[in-house]
Design a protein around this ligand. Structure first.
Ligand SMILES: Nc1nc2c(c(=O)[nH]1)N[C@H]1C(S)=C(S)[C@@H](COP(=O)(O)O)O[C@H]1N2
Ligand SMILES: [Mo]
Length: 208
């Protein structure tokens, strides 16, 4: 199927948000340089409004429970990529396993990545199956430019419109930690003028 045919099909299935068009490629978009990964010094932090802070080295991180899920990706620069396959870690699984215990005061989760990059999401989005700590894309470790070794990934779940869907920028590549917070803390692109809510169905691209 070519690009235009797929676009028509996605539109008919109600999966193409307003103002978006289909890409068959996987564009790369970020600010700054691709950071290097050193497994010997890398660690991942869970901190802020949680019962107990965590710090996993690369070996411990790889032992966390994993899942494979399919997402539709929607970028604020107007491309959408459908039926992408990812493997990674769901926050709800870590909560059920007792590895993360958010305090009742936690209402937002701030992703902290290399080079001071951050992205903010409401807690309910981060604990949903729309958000994962992704390590693999289409069966392979994600490439350096897409966030190796771990990225926050936010996608729409095909056929499920029950929860809020947000643009792809709210997933931080080269992710190093999650901060659970009682207050919202607008991230890098949100401070640069992108919309804090970023609802793809309402076209919340810029503004607040
Ligand atoms: N660390 C980091 N993550 C980031 C960004 C960035 O600048 N730095 N840009 C965001 C934006 S604007 C988009 S559209 C997506 C793009 O992901 P991709 O390059 O895998 O397509 O990454 C998001 N995550
Ligand atoms: Mo973006």
């Amino acid at each position: 199927m070519d690009r235009k045919e797929l676009e028509l099909q996605m539109q008919q299935e109600g999966r193409l948000p307003p103002g978006q068009s289909v890409t068959l490629k996987f564009p790369v978009l970020h600010y700054g340089a691709v950071p290097l990964f050193d497994p010997a010094t890398w660690f991942f932090r869970i901190f802020g409004e949680v019962e107990q802070e965590q710090r996993w080295d690369w070996e411990a991180f790889q032992a966390l429970p994993r899942r494979k899920l399919c997402y539709d990706l929607h970028c604020v620069t107007r491309w959408s990529k459908f039926d992408t396959h990812w493997e990674g870690i769901l926050i709800s699984d870590l909560i059920h396993a007792g590895l993360i215990q958010p305090l009742l005061s936690a209402r937002f989760v701030i992703q902290h990545a290399e080079n001071e990059f951050s992205a903010n999401l409401p807690l309910e989005v981060v604990v949903s199956d729309r958000f994962m700590l992704a390590t693999h894309y289409e069966g392979q470790p994600i490439t350096p430019e897409h966030g190796y070794p771990v990225r926050g990934l936010i996608g729409a779940v095909p056929g499920n419109r029950e929860a809020k869907d947000v643009y792809l920028w709210k997933g931080a590549k080269w992710l190093r930690g999650l901060e659970f917070s009682s207050t919202d803390k607008p991230g890098f692109w949100e401070q640069a003028g992108y919309h804090n809510e970023a609802d793809i169905w309402k076209e919340q691209r810029t503004g607040s």
